[in-house]
Structure formats: structure tokens, C-alpha cells
Design a protein around this ligand. Structure first.
Ligand SMILES: NC(=O)c1ccc[n+]([C@@H]2O[C@H](COP(=O)([O-])OP(=O)(O)OC[C@H]3O[C@@H](n4cnc5c(N)ncnc54)[C@H](OP(=O)(O)O)[C@@H]3O)[C@@H](O)[C@H]2O)c1
Length: 338
């Protein structure tokens, strides 16, 4: 499988490192022999239709801050559309930043790839939060796959669990914690009596919060994941604009303490039922399995026959996210080689 990789930051580089490191294992165990033919970052691109040397691309990115210094005569165009349509590849891996305002640049990259009949595996929530029904329809129309396991739970397979382990089971609703940054902040506020500002500073110092963590704190990141679960698992074609969303910036130390005294913890919960689609800070009993600490994610599927089933795991990290991308690619490959 030839792959175009768009976005070469934390996730894109982890993806390249895993492919370089585990090539022999992937071939032996899954018959999966990926070849990355182009890589794009914000400054430019590198391309080799016979397959790039990933160790060399990683070294150049580290040294020069961009992939476009890769040696050789092949393309250094900066136009994503051109790279996507002109490079020979069966799949595009999209790892540009999540943008919840207009979905770009990911939205155009994904549309372009699907239109060019290339499978897409994305870690980028923005385009899905805004236009998931249309993108799924486009993939269906052009006869290729659009996969996004990495967008919810990173390496923790919430989406795959729901679609592959619960077929035939009616999922009545879901609720849970889908953002590690806010969970860390609320945990620190509860356990060390930090106020919101000092807990946020601590999360930044530990690398759990981005320099601009607005999408996490305002609940948009969690909301995007709820939209993806609604569309994919519950087949409800909603977009992020239809959710009731409140973040955690106004959660006070007094509220945290009040919850503690009643045997609960304040958590940023995403919730989806027939009558509700929301993201807001809620009091969660410590006995509820989704009441997890620190950066963990946890999601309960309320089902008709099996009752409540909860999955817990890490919801972020370059390596974890890249692992989910590889799972999707292996799955696509097995589907098309059968
Ligand atoms: N990190 C995680 O734990 C995690 C977990 C799950 C999902 N995700 C999602 O995965 C995606 C990537 O995350 P990340 O942490 O890898 O982000 P990142 O480190 O900021 O990397 C983003 C990459 O996209 C490139 N880029 C930006 N604008 C571009 C454009 N117009 N054309 C081509 N490339 C462009 C950047 O180029 P430069 O290198 O030149 O700046 C960079 O290489 C995001 O959508 C994120 O929400 C991340």
C-alpha cells in the first residue's frame, strides 16, 4: 500500500517511526507492506514514487524543521491538492491540526483524497466534527474507505469496540470522559486543592495541555468526539453545531469541594442519548466506572442487553494515535486484498 502522509508533527512523525521500526513485523504478521510515497508539512513536501526513506525524512525534519530538504530530484511542491492528486498512492493519512471553525486544511485534503479515489485514514477531528455525514457519503460514492479510529481515544479503540464487538446490540446511549487535558486539570483541582489557573499551568508544564488549550477547555474537542461517535456508532447524522457545549473554565474550587463531600468528582462529560447531545461539567459518583483520574479517558456504552460496558485507556499521545492509524490501514488492506 502506497501512502501519502499529510501533516508531519507529533502524530505524523510517530507514524513514520513505527513504520520504519516495525516494517518486518507488519509484513510477517499482517502481510502489510506500506510504502510512504509523499510527506507534506506546512512548509513543503518530499516525494519518491518508489518509497521515501523514512529515517532520512525524520532526520531532515529534525535538522531543518521541514521535510522539503529531503535529498533527490523528486517534488517539493507546497500545494497539498497537487501532491494528493499527482502522487501515486492508494491511501492518504491526514494528520494536520484539528480546526473546528472551518475544518481546514484537513477538510479539503480529505475531500480531495476521496474524490481521487484514495482511502483516507485521519487523526484530524475538525473535518469530521463539521462535515462527517457528507464525507462518509463521498467515500461511499467513490468506493473508498474513510477511517478515523485515532480521532476518539487515540490508541484506546472506543470506535472499533463499538462497531466490531457490539454488532446486533442496541446502544441506547453513551457517556464518558474523552479529553485527558481537562480531566487532568479537574483531578488536580480535586486532589491538591489547586485552583483552575494553577492546575492549568501544571498541565502545561507537564505537556498535557497545548500552548493554546482553548479547544480542550471549551469542550470543543470532547464535542467533536461525541459527533464522531453519534455518526459512526449510533448512525445519527449530527454536526458539532447541534450540541450543547460548556467547558470547564468556570468550574470553581467551591464546586469541586462540594462534589467531593458528596462522594462525587466534577468531570467534563460527553453525553449522548435519544434526547440529549451535550458536553458539560457534571458531578460523577466515585463509584461510576467513568470516574477515572489524571489524563485517562473512559467511555460507557449503555446497551439494551449487555447493560453498561465501560472501556478505559489513554486518550492521547503520538505513539498511541499512530498505532490507531496503522490499525485502520491494516484493516483497509485486509478488506481489499480478500
Ligand atoms: N497528539 C495527539 O496525542 C493526538 C491524539 C489524537 C488525535 N490528534 C490529532 O491528530 C492531528 C495531528 O496532531 P499532532 O499532535 O501531530 O499536531 P502537530 O504536532 O501540531 O502537527 C501538525 C502537522 O500538520 C502540519 N501542517 C499544518 N498546516 C498544514 C498545511 N496547511 N498543510 C500541510 N501540513 C500542515 C504541521 O506542519 P509543520 O511541521 O511545518 O508545523 C505539522 O507537521 C490533529 O488533528 C490532532 O487533533 C492528536
Amino acid at each position: 500500500m502506497r501512502i501519502i502522509l499529510v501533516g508531519f508533527g507529533t502524530v505524523g512523525q510517530s507514524f513514520a517511526r513505527i513504520l520504519a521500526r516495525e516494517k518486518a513485523w507488519l509484513v510477517k504478521n499482517h502481510g502489510f507492506e506500506p510504502q510512504v510515497t509523499a510527506i507534506v508539512d506546512s512548509q513543503g513536501s518530499c516525494r519518491d514514487d518508489n518509497g521515501l526513506n523514512l529515517d532520512l525524512v525524520l532526520k531532515n525534519k529534525e535538522k531543518y524543521g521541514t521535510v522539503q530538504r529531503y535529498p533527490g530530484k523528486n517534488g517539493r511542491k507546497t500545494n497539498n491538492s497537487q501532491i494528493i492528486s499527482e502522487t501515486e498512492a492508494e491511501a492518504v493519512v491526514e494528520c494536520t491540526p484539528s480546526n473546528f471553525r472551518n475544518g481546514e486544511p484537513g477538510l479539503t485534503n480529505i475531500k480531495q483524497s476521496l474524490t481521487a479515489r484514495k482511502h483516507v485514514v485521519t487523526a484530524n477531528k475538525g473535518p469530521l466534527a463539521l462535515a462527517m455525514p457528507a464525507l462518509l457519503e463521498l467515500a461511499d460514492h467513490t468506493g473508498v474507505q474513510l477511517r478515523f479510529s485515532a480521532t476518539v481515544g487515540a490508541g484506546t479503540p472506543f470506535l472499533t469496540f463499538a462497531s466490531k464487538c457490539l454488532p446486533g446490540e442496541k446502544i441506547l446511549g453513551i457517556h464518558g470522559i474523552l479529553n485527558g487535558t481537562t480531566n487532568y486539570i479537574l483531578t488536580r483541582m480535586s486532589e491538591s486543592s489547586s485552583n483552575f489557573r494553577s492546575a492549568l499551568a501544571e498541565a502545561k508544564a507537564k505537556g498535557y495541555a497545548e500552548t493554546n488549550p482553548a479547544n480542550d477547555l471549551d469542550g470543543l474537542d470532547t464535542a467533536a468526539k461525541i459527533v464522531i461517535i453519534a455518526n459512526w456508532v449510533l448512525k445519527r447524522p449530527i454536526s458539532i453545531n447541534e450540541l450543547e457545549i460548556t467547558g470547564i473554565s468556570n468550574v470553581t474550587s467551591e464546586r469541586i469541594e462540594k462534589a467531593r463531600k458528596s462522594g462525587a468528582r466534577v468531570k467534563l462529560l460527553g453525553r449522548l442519548t435519544d434526547s440529549e447531545a451535550s458536553v458539560k461539567a457534571e458531578d460523577v459518583a466515585v463509584t461510576d466506572p467513568v470516574c477515572v483520574r489524571d489524563t485517562l479517558n473512559a467511555l460507557t456504552f449503555s446497551t439494551e442487553h449487555a447493560g453498561d460496558v465501560t472501556l478505559i485507556g489513554r486518550g492521547a499521545g503520538g505513539e498511541q494515535t499512530a498505532g490507531a492509524i496503522i490499525r485502520d490501514l491494516v484493516d483497509i488492506r485486509s478488506k481489499y486484498s480478500a
